[in-house]
Design a binder for this molecule. Structure first.
Ligand SMILES: Cc1ncc(COP(=O)(O)O)c(C=O)c1O
Length: 398
């Protein structure tokens, strides 16, 4: 086994980097709410792999399902050709937990690929090419998903991108006017996560649904971060009484393995099967190991009672996170943004938390906001410990 020094050197030398300053903690094991580094230091995970590990790290039933499936088969053939039990069972379980109009699941490898598939499906179904997306939205990093990303800083460096994208302000009446008879689809996060947790007004999301119905545009809701109980209901849209035409899932979908999905009515999804045939294809989408893990994780979640506890845990975080350096706390269930004056202040708090054994980070479009999105299984004692650490780390500014 490499020494810690070897690992650091090889990480920086051979693993392609995404930023000049990665956290670079050398984690050797994870379980439940905790990550453990090479020196045995324990980190309480407040970010759950960025809204992935809703049922905690390596839940025993998830690990067992992966091992069981590994003993049967791994990859067999490209997505869609063979009947693979883990895929069939997981798609059926998801459909059973969704409205009847969302009964056909296209499994992908990632959230971004689910976004791509949804955009293609909307174009194919409507024969239109315009897409309405929102400022400060994030739907993935591939070129189609980047085209609808709501931030010019990231988009501009990679032009030319997809034409026909209209970016508008989330949660405003003007946004509704941008949706016309030329709009193929409107893509919105049910709660804007990377903006630092921005929830829309209920009436606005309903008006958005209504405007799509009036114009024949499809409503795509991205629940890649808000799905699987994160916001206090199994799906974020349940709290708004709005049903999308296409639903995007990812992150927690795979129970810790890589997966995404776009979900629509079977008759609509059928459009990808002809003219051209194989309108969207993937080699590994719906990988049997990922489906087995996701299915087990979903069963754990549904049987756990954790979703019902989200509101109480959110309230505890909000009650405890009071400090002169904290400007405000925005939350929707266990998706929480703790706002500081600046990125510099936030970064000092994050670094101090990590040094004290609490893992957190910031939001992409809100670098002055500290991210809290823990496994939903977090206990009250763990919340108290996490908040005490955040507060003592905020004392820099007294
Ligand atoms: C709301 C949302 N949509 C899409 C994505 C893209 O998912 P992936 O990173 O699996 O491509 C993310 C990832 O952070 C996300 O938060």
């Amino acid at each position: 086994m490499n020494t810690g020094q070897d690992n650091h050197r090889l990480f920086h030398r051979h693993v392609a980097q995404t930023s000049p300053n990665p956290l670079a903690l050398d984690i050797v094991r994870a379980e439940g709410l905790y990550l453990y580094d090479r020196d045995g230091k324990e980190y309480l995970d407040l970010i759950g792999g960025i809204s992935v590990c809703n049922t905690g790290h390596r839940h025993p039933r998830v690990v067992e399902a992966i091992k069981d499936q590994a003993d049967r088969y791994l990859h067999l053939l490209v997505y869609g050709e063979l009947i693979q039990t883990p895929q069939v069972e997981y798609a059926a379980l998801l459909a059973a937990q969704l409205p009847a109009s969302l009964d056909s699941v296209y499994f992908t490898n990632s959230g971004a690929e689910a976004t791509e598939g949804a955009m293609k499906l909307a174009k194919r179904l409507t024969g239109r090419t315009e897409i309405v997306a929102f400022n400060k939205s994030y739907h993935g990093s591939t070129q189609g998903a980047l085209s609808i990303m709501g931030d010019e800083y990231w988009r501009n460096a990679f032009r030319p991108l997809l034409p026909g994208i209209r970016h508008v302000e989330y949660n405003t009446p003007e946004a509704l006017d941008a949706i016309t008879g030329r709009t193929a689809c409107v893509i919105a996060e049910t709660v804007q996560a990377e903006r630092g947790v921005f929830a829309p007004q209920e009436t606005w999301l309903r008006q958005l649904r209504q405007r799509c119905d009036e114009t024949g545009a499809l409503l795509v809701l991205d629940e890649i971060q808000t799905g699987f109980g994160r916001t206090g209901t199994l799906w974020g849209f349940q709290a708004y009484d709005v049903i999308p035409d296409i639903l995007l899932l990812g992150k927690a979908l795979g129970g810790g393995l890589p997966m995404g999905a776009f979900i629509a009515h079977r008759e609509r999804m059928w459009a990808l099967t002809g003219d051209p045939v194989l309108g969207h294809i993937t080699t590994f989408g719906g990988h049997p190991l990922c489906c087995a893990a996701g299915h087990a994780s979903m069963e754990v979640l549904l049987g756990s009672g954790w979703i019902e506890e989200v509101a109480r845990k959110e309230a505890l975080f909000r009650r405890l996170l009071v400090h002169p350096a904290i400007k405000t706390v925005r939350s929707r269930g266990l998706l929480i943004a703790v706002e500081y004056e600046s990125f510099e202040q936030n970064k000092r708090v994050i670094d101090a938390c990590i040094a004290a054994g609490v893992l957190t980070d910031w939001y992409l479009f809100a670098p002055h906001c500290l991210r809290i999105a823990p496994p939903l299984s977090i206990t009250e004692t763990q919340i108290e410990k996490a908040c005490a650490t955040i507060l003592s780390s905020s004392d820099f500014f007294r």
